[in-house]
Design a protein around this ligand. Sequence first.
Ligand SMILES: [Ca+2]
Length: 437
Amino acid sequence: MKKNIVLIIADQLRADVLKAYGGREVHTPNLDNLAEGGVVFDNMYCQAPVCGPSRASLISGRYVFQHRATNNMRLLPSQEFSYAQSLRDHGYTAVAVGKTHHYNNGFQVVPVPIRDSFHYAPDNHPPFGISNFYASGTLEVVPDAYDSRVADTACAFLEDMSSMAGPFMMNVGFLSPHNPYALPKPYADMYKPEEILLPKNLHGLDIPPMIQERYEKYLWMKEADIRKARAFYYGMVSLLDTCVGQVMDKLKALGVYDDTLIIFTSDHGEMLGDRGLCEKFVPYEASVKVPCIVHSADSSGGRRVSSLTEHIDLTATILDYAGIKIPGRVSGESLTGLLAGDCPHKDTVYSQITEWRMLRDSRYKLVIYTDGYGELYDLTDDPDETVNLYYNDAVQKVRREMEKKLLMHYINTVDHSNEMFPDCLQKRGAFNNGIGN
Ligand SMILES: [Ca+2]
């Protein structure tokens, strides 16, 4: 049996808008079906809530401080591990359709036809003639969507690949529901702003100093603007759902659906007005926690997995599924066991961008900013992250334990071929001060 793999990545899709994650406002029949027949991961975290670094972690199976593609301008270094290259080395055809952000890492890139109505470039070029809603307040209705062409192209190529002798892997990258907020009808007016729920904790929570500027950037948005943005975002999610459904229908029509490992996820989330913030870049759940639905012939459908999991575990899972030995420099751990049934997995998950480092365990989330500011949340008692316990004298033992876990995470995952991190630690005198005491 050919062990085909399809990885579908949305851009900036927060988990809780989907019905599979408790959402009640957005029509997503195809993703609902995928969830009903697959395994839903309740606690999947991206390694960085920004496109380039997050996708570099997915491709390499490594944390951002390991692969060092730390921002959108830095492509994954060609010497880094790539599951696409590894699959090709093991007889797979590995293709990328739509956005991957990193195009030189083993994928055969299938071009997506571009027409005049093209509104957003696959490699994150500035929008072509389209205003970004978060900057201008403008919602654009366009004749058609780039993602529809991604779906068409993916389906055409699936037909070609299904007749090949060897197995295939396809990475399908959709741009929805990433801003600038441009949509064709009927999606553009599918949801009525006045019927949309307002975000959680729009204002009033403490804003860390390094996020203050970002917070102020969205202050122009009043409640009506946020409802408009949410309604349009939901339209983009429904468009995405249609495109995902096209790919699923094609896999079924080709008779390969049941035997294909299908992974659906997003590179990061979207704040969508929660705590006065939009887009991503922040360490809160709507930004760093991502949807993840897996269809596998090896697992019974309709299951949920509550274990803490990371995007880099998907990399390991793809290799594992293909029968490839997971190399030591891949830091992710295969989810194959969790797909088959309950089993122990990791105790903590980690994410970062330039301004902060985040670690969460089964109960607490710790965030350390590079200016020294800290956040600590009890996600069991306070899932909306409203009470920062970091400076609370009553929980200093918890804070110290979480800080130790963060430090141990670095020590246990540091790449010794990467001289940057040990040098950094030495400069801070950490080795001289006796780490681990
Ligand atoms: Ca993104």
